[in-house]
Design a protein around this ligand. Structure first.
Ligand code: PBG
Length: 309
């Protein structure tokens, strides 16, 4: 039998679940065994609010170090946690089929956003969610929270909060979708760039692992994520900026894949925002993202982001 591939993973329940999922899919497709190696990251150890941690990539640096040093052969990241700047010597060798990227509400008594009375306490730490929730003008009180999915949902069960907003994908992977009381329409709350997608990273010069991982790659998911992350990169924004982007693929009239991309930048206090959309060939995903970002910048996105820091 071949020697097992070493997959570096954070030890959170979500990270372990999605890492095991990728390990199983890889073994099923290639016959190569994969073992999980737990790695602790700064983002896991720190108890500071996520937007106070400073810098991007608090969850990924230790995993990337382990890859670069050869301690592990591959790493699975939540794609939305990956900084847009490339990491020297590493490559995203697979973007597996993506989960539904939308945000969801987990509220007391089965309530939806519109049913929550003014003054309700909603927990979220992500500036993108804070800004978009405030922009709805529902009079909600936003309470900064962080911690793993169970910790956050526990704040509703305990009665401390009326609701929390989470990524549907995380709940789907943890088999906790039954707690969802509303899937938020992207017209109200547009998801984070790359939300719901995974990135499987390895060393760029590791031809064997790259070829093995290629079987897990989903070109449609890769194109959508490329477009969304191109928006983020062109705005020079990090994962803690109030920036949202969401791409969908459809078959165009000529039979080629067409990409429909939406993006928004919202002031943290919800008082102002810009949003726009663009359609074009999926093969030009990244240039569509840059073009959309340029339009948002023309319309004042930079000032909105600066005011949100
Ligand atoms: N910011 C933390 C984070 N990073 C990835 C996910 C899970 C969803 C995904 O894969 O996009 C979450 C939790 C959340 O936002 O609710």
């Amino acid at each position: 039998m071949e020697s097992p591939l070493r997959l570096g993973t954070r030890a959170s329940q979500l990270a372990l679940t999605q890492s095991q999922h990728v390990a199983d899919a890889l073994t099923a497709a290639t016959g190569v065994p994969v073992e999980l190696v737990h790695i602790s990251t700064y983002g896991d150890r720190s108890t500071e609010a996520i937007n106070q941690l400073g810098g991007t990539g608090v969850f990924v640096t230790a995993l990337r170090d382990a890859l670069q040093q050869g301690t592990v052969d591959l790493a699975v990241h939540s794609f939305k946690d990956l900084p847009t700047s490339p990491s020297p010597g590493l490559t995203v060798a697979a973007v597996p089929p993506r989960q539904d990227p939308r945000d969801v509400l987990v509220a007391r008594d089965g309530l939806s956003l519109g049913e929550l009375p003014a003054g309700s306490r909603i927990g979220t730490g992500a500036p993108r969610r804070v800004a978009q929730l405030r922009a709805l003008g529902l009079g909600l009180e936003i309470v900064p929270i962080r911690g793993n999915v169970d910790t956050r949902m526990g704040r509703v069960t305990s009665g401390d909060l009326d609701a929390v907003v989470l990524a549907r994908a995380g709940l789907a992977r943890l088999d906790r979708l039954s707690a969802v009381t509303e899937v938020l329409d992207p017209i109200q709350v547009l998801p984070a760039p790359a939300q719901g997608a995974l990135a499987v990273e390895c060393r760029a010069d590791d031809t064997r692992v790259r070829e093995l991982l290629a079987v897990l790659d989903d070109p449609a998911a890769r194109a959508c994520v490329a477009a969304e992350r191109a928006v983020l990169a062109a705005l020079e924004a990090g994962c803690s900026a109030p920036v949202a982007a969401h791409a969908e693929l459809a078959e165009g009239e000529d039979g080629a894949a067409e990409l429909y991309l939406r993006a928004s930048v919202t002031a943290l206090d919800g008082s102002d925002g810009v949003r726009s959309s663009i359609t074009g060939p999926a093969a030009a995903a990244e240039s569509l993202g840059r073009e959309l970002a340029a339009e948002l910048l023309d319309r004042g996105a930079a000032a909105l982001m600066a005011a949100s820091r």
